[in-house]
Design a protein. Sequence first.
Lengths: 257, 289
Amino acid sequence: MQTPSPFLLQLKDICVRFGNLWALQNINLTLYPRDVLAIIGPNGGGKTTLLKTIAGILQPTSGQILSTSPPPKIGYVPQRLHFDLSFPITVAEFLALLLPNIPFWRKSYPKNFPSLPYFKNFKIDQLIHKKLGDLSGGQLQRVLITAALLGNPDLLLLDEPAANIDQSGSNELSKLLASHQAQNPCSIVLVSHDLHFVSHLAQRVICLNSTICAIGSPEEVLNEHHLSTTFGRKLPKIISTSPPQPIPVKHSNPPTP
Amino acid sequence: MTLQEILSYDFLRYTLISACLLGPTCALLGVFVTLRSMSFFSDALAHSTITGLALGWFLHDKLNLPIDPTLFIIPFSLFLAIIMQWLMQRTTISPDTIIAFSFSGSVALGVLIISSLDRYSLIEGILFGSIYANGPSEILRQSLLAIAVLAFLFWQIRPLTLATLSPTIAEVRRIHTRTLSLSFALLTALTITIAQPMLGALLLSALIVIPSAAAKLVSQSFRQHILLSLLIGLLVPPTGVVLSCKTNLPTAPSIVLLNILVLIFCHILPRLLQLFKNKHHPSFPLYTQ
């Protein structure tokens, strides 16, 4: 398969150190336009550090990041918002915060505000007047992704997008991201522990444990050999071609009077 | 005492103007102080004024420097705010621990210096303040502070709100969150040192924290939160001044207690409304025989 060119972002020999701990060592990675790259690995393996380095929040200790000119616009979705849940900010106000041409604390927002392309896809129009603190995990995730997409980014970075949502929410999110990616020239880099989510969405997968242990398509990487090398232990089979079987429910006998 | 009589006295007129200036300024700043979990930070800064003043008197008495000792309050508070922010950003010590030892440390140092100078009467003035100590120069200082706070929030409200919600998203959007946090901490320190002579270190936090906390209880949006905090800040302190004059009670505690009453009212208001709504639109059908 020929890789598209030119690249969006290129990481060359990136190393990141926190005190005496090397979080990332010799990371060489190229991101292309319309790429969907998933990063998997054990806790403390440097996944979020790599994402933050790509986002420009963390400066690498050594190595360099090359980018196209002008540098790609980046949308970032953090794993969670560390905010006071009683913060009475509505979804409309939060999104308006990120749109510089809209005064974010207006009483009424411009009529075209809810008709922005992502609102319908991510069903934000139903949440627009709700407070952020009142949203469920899945709803908040949709709002955060919409917020990240508002500036039409060239690169969308998602940190554990399926962490706070149930299986059906995770499937829905995976479909939404795939349909968005198909309609827009946007690359996605995501960090996830949910290997099903990764196998459904990603074109390429990286196994990361401070260094890149494996990189390739989900079929190439999500196998027992690579996963046990990365995680350091045996993991259950990840990709199954057959549909998931329902778990039989044991009915206990009703209590006798 | 009627309002006309109150306004006929210079010192009471200045007190009312001061209440009208500091009330909304502190309330507006308080919105972000509470949302950024900096209530204890503002309390620590208020108490650190003891050390600033003590250092001023030390230089005045021991080194015979011909300076106004109160001039040291602002630089010391700003210095302490910078130190606390630096420690919060550069170390792994938790913010509440940093605030706790800065608070105790600065008060201990202040009391030590004051005891060596034998000026214990200073402590009472700092802790409780004197609301009638306002003159034209204090009003000018407070007006400039109100303009500075308004200007800062007008220009920085968007990045400040975003950085409060998610520093990571703010950093990706190239907002210098550290500079912003430091600027906000310095503005808080400045507000506290300028407002401290009016309410005193012990009661000052109430003027910053309570209007925002009360408004948050009944607000359905951030816009409402800001406007309601401003309204409480604008109405409660002058009302407290007038009430204290009419009832011959101390002014600063009257303002604080009035703020607490507003907080309690805001706490029970949604419940009262819910009760009223249920009475007229019961959720369950009424069964009659």
